[in-house]
Design a protein around this ligand. Structure first.
Ligand SMILES: Nc1nc2c(ncn2[C@@H]2O[C@H](COP(=O)(O)OP(=O)(O)OP(=O)(O)O)[C@@H](O)[C@H]2O)c(=O)[nH]1
Ligand SMILES: [Mg+2]
Length: 300
């Protein structure tokens, strides 16, 4: 630190006492600030503030097509290039899906010493990972190496059909098998699927030809483990414009908590349309909600 150097060059005698004390105080403040930033993660250039229903971070090796996928699914305009490591900074874009939006985060490739530190930090806090595999280059080996690296970073992935309770701190992952337009794609996809489809969903796409993008968006939502529910006041139409986004497994009480703190204490019961046996069925507070349920609250 420059200040430290400066302090060491100031000769120690009575005339410099005040200067040295000032420098020491400033140094202590800077150290405190650095420690605080490290702790809270605030003010870091390389973190992306979450937006939308869920944050999806893209992980893959150089040239797999991460930026190209971001470009075709979101409103962002990343650099897509045929040279490796064309992405050097994180870049977020919003991907619409029906009535919600996902935040997709483009990242530099895995395996780059100068960026792996903060890249792994972003992967760790994301809600979902999109593993981008290049079908033109030994896709099954690529997937193996990528999963191995995530394992080294202790970033746990939730396997297909695995309950989140069985793997605390794990997050869902979807494999995008990109460049499905190239001649050898079929064989690569077969090998990738035979090894990994039982663990993670594999979706073939060509970001360049815009093939498979709808399936990819659907897979991201389908494996995100989030649900949308709509609130309704008695005697009124439900507010379809603003879905509440909750983790799957959430109850009537979780939603009440989200809507208003008064709801929590004043809630008598709720009526449900959608997953209920019949429309408007009266349910208890611990009723588990499903995607697209409409919930009518009855308060005390
Ligand atoms: N044939 C084909 N080429 C693709 C496809 N998607 C991307 N590419 C090409 O692959 C190269 C790399 O694409 P990028 O999107 O920049 O890859 P990246 O994963 O972001 O690369 P880094 O930022 O370096 O990690 C570019 O030349 C793209 O044109 C695809 O679906 N089919
Ligand atoms: Mg890129």
């Amino acid at each position: 630190m420059a200040l430290e150097e400066l302090l060491s060059t100031v000769p120690k005698h009575k005339g410099t006492d005040k200067l040295r004390a000032d420098l020491r105080r400033r140094l202590a403040q800077l150290r405190e600030e650095a420690a605080r930033r490290k702790k809270t993660g605030k003010g870091d250039l390389y973190t992306i503030e979450k937006q939308g229903a869920a944050q999806v971070a893209l992980a893959g090796f150089a040239n797999a097509g991460k930026s190209s996928i971001i470009k075709s699914l979101t409103n962002a305009h990343p650099v897509v290039a045929d040279y490796p490591v064309s992405t050097v900074m994180p870049l977020a874009g919003m991907m619409p899906f029906e009535d919600i939006q996902f935040q997709l985060v483009d990242l530099p490739p895995i395996g780059n010493e100068s960026t792996d530190g903060w890249v792994s930090g972003i992967l760790r806090v994301a809600d979902l990972l999109l593993l981008v595999i290049d079908l033109s280059d030994a896709p099954d080996v690529q997937a193996e190496l990528l999963l191995e690296q995530l394992g080294t970073w202790r970033i746990g992935l939730l396997k297909v059909e695995e309950s989140p309770a069985a793997c605390a701190g794990c997050k869902p992952a979807v494999i995008a098998a990109n460049k499905s337009d190239i001649p050898t794609a079929r064989e690569g996809l077969r090998r990738l699927r035979s090894r990994y489809e039982i663990l993670y969903p594999v979706v073939p796409v060509s970001s360049e030809k815009k093939d498979g993008l709808e399936e990819l968006r659907r897979a991201l939502f389908g494996h995100s483990r989030i649900i949308r529910v709509y609130a309704k006041e008695p005697g009124k139409e439900p507010d379809r414009a603003t879905p509440f986004v909750l983790a799957s497994g959430s109850t009537v009480l979780h939603l009440a908590e989200m809507i208003h703190k008064d709801f929590l204490t004043n809630l008598k019961y709720a009526c449900i349309w959608g997953s209920a046996k019949f429309g408007g069925q009266r349910v208890q507070k611990d009723y588990i909600l499903h995607d697209r349920d409409v919930v009518e609250y009855h308060l005390r």
